[in-house]
Each structure stands twice: as C-alpha cells, then as structure tokens.
Write a new protein. Sequence first.
Length: 309
Amino acid sequence: MSRLQANFLLLLAAAIWGTTFVVQQVGLGNLGPLSFTAARFLLGALLVFPLALRQYRRVTREVRPLETGDLVWLLVTGATLFTAAALQQIGILGTTVTHSGLLTALYVPLVPLLALMVLRRRIQRAIWPASLACLFGTYLLNGAQPWGWRSGDLWVLGSTLFWAIHVLLIEYVTRRIQAPMVVAGVQFLVCGSLGLVTGFLTESPASADFLDAMSAILYAGLLSVGLGFSLQVVGQQYTRAPDAAILLSSETLFAALSGFVFLGETLAIPELGGAILILAGILTVQLLSSSELSGARESPQATAESPPA
C-alpha cells in the first residue's frame, strides 16, 4: 500500500468519527445514552471478534498465554472506555455537535500532562504553551463567559480526562499483551456489557427503542467503532506518524463541518477564535508526540519515507 493510499484511509477514519457526532445527537430517538453506548460497542466487538480470536491464538502460540494480570488490565481499560464514552454521549445530547467535537479533542494535550504527573515522563516544552492555547480556546469557545457553559459541554469536558487515561492504558496494555486486536475486542466487549447493565438498570429501554435507533447504532457501531478503528490500524502501518497525527486530528473539523451541513450550526467570532486555538494546540501536541514516537521507532538507516513499524 502506498503512503497516499494509507493517508486516504486515515482521512476516511477521521471523517467517519467526525460525522458520527451528528448521528450520536440526532439518531437515538427514545433510546438512552447508556443503552446506545452498549449497542454500538457490542456491535463493534462483534465486528472485530474474528480478527481478535485469530490474533489471540497466534500470541498464545508464539508469545505467551494471557495471565490473570492481563485480564485485569483489560477489564480496567474497558471500564475506562465505557466511562469516557458514556460521559461523552450524555454530553452530546446537551450541546452542539461542533462544541462536542472540539471539546472531546482536548484529551490530546491532557495525555502528556497526565504522563508527566503520573508516570514522571519528560515532555516537550512546547506542550505547555499548546495546552494554554487549548485552555484559552475553551474559554473563547464558551463565548468568553466563564459561567455560561451548557450542561452538555461539562459532561463532554469530563469525558476528556477518561479519554486521556484510556490512551495511556491502551499504550501500556497493548505493549504488555502484544495483541492490539485482542485489546480492542475485549475493551469493546467490556464497555458494551457495562453499558447494557447500567442502561437496563437506569433507562429501562424497550425493544422498540433499539429498533428506532438502529440506523444510528449501525453507523456508530459498524462504521465508527469497527471500521474506523480498523482503518486507523491499517493506515498507520504505511504512513509517517506526523502525517497520521494531522489526518486523525481532522476529526474535529469533520465534526464542525457535519454540524454546519446537517444541523445548521455556526460559530460566533469568539467561538471561532477559540476553535482555532484549540486546533492549533491539538496539532502541536500531536505532531510533537508523533515525531518523537517516529524517531524512536526508526533505525539510523531509515529514510523520511519509511513508515513507522
């Protein structure tokens, strides 16, 4: 696969994720956010299960069988994913698609900051001004009114902490188990199962509610969770990490564009300035992190055209 084709796959993944924000807001009908989260992730788990099973057999045969500690970390990762996805889904129903897309992306600068505080990792100095740009951009996105937040904005902001924790967990668990599709499949299953239990306990959904929301479930489950993840995994094998960072960050732009095209959402001047600052901060953090990762993975003989391993 050429790098151009790989970049197209990554851009397609970002477009799917961005447009899913619209589906998550308008496609639920009477189905509650927890039940919807359960349905989409269980469907995603079903889609990746054959690949996960094949990889599990290979890793068990060639590396080592899974241990109790591995299963515990997989459960923790799935529970974190559920918390992030549930908070985000609740928030999307109470704010605009544009706001939810931009605010969700704030997990990007949170990842290196959490890594510094919890794991004592060294971070690039440019992370600090990039994070401040995101912080001030969030203030402007709210119309420069510190107390004027929509309730949905606060739910989405709360989800960013768990998205950031989830990123660090995925990094650790994938390295520990050496089977990314197994990690994906199990975390989707755990997330969906938790959503199913909490949804039935708190939302009492009827069968008709799931049927009414089936189009949204199929789009979010098959395309966003299943296909989007697969496109990312394939695409990042054949392109440079900085390229992948830029392309995947365009998810926020696709969310804003979808909100404008399908829902008629627009941004006032202060909000537009905030969006630009947030995107600038996110791109800075992504490019720094990806360049560092790419440099660590490439051998001294590797050229600029060499894809990450």
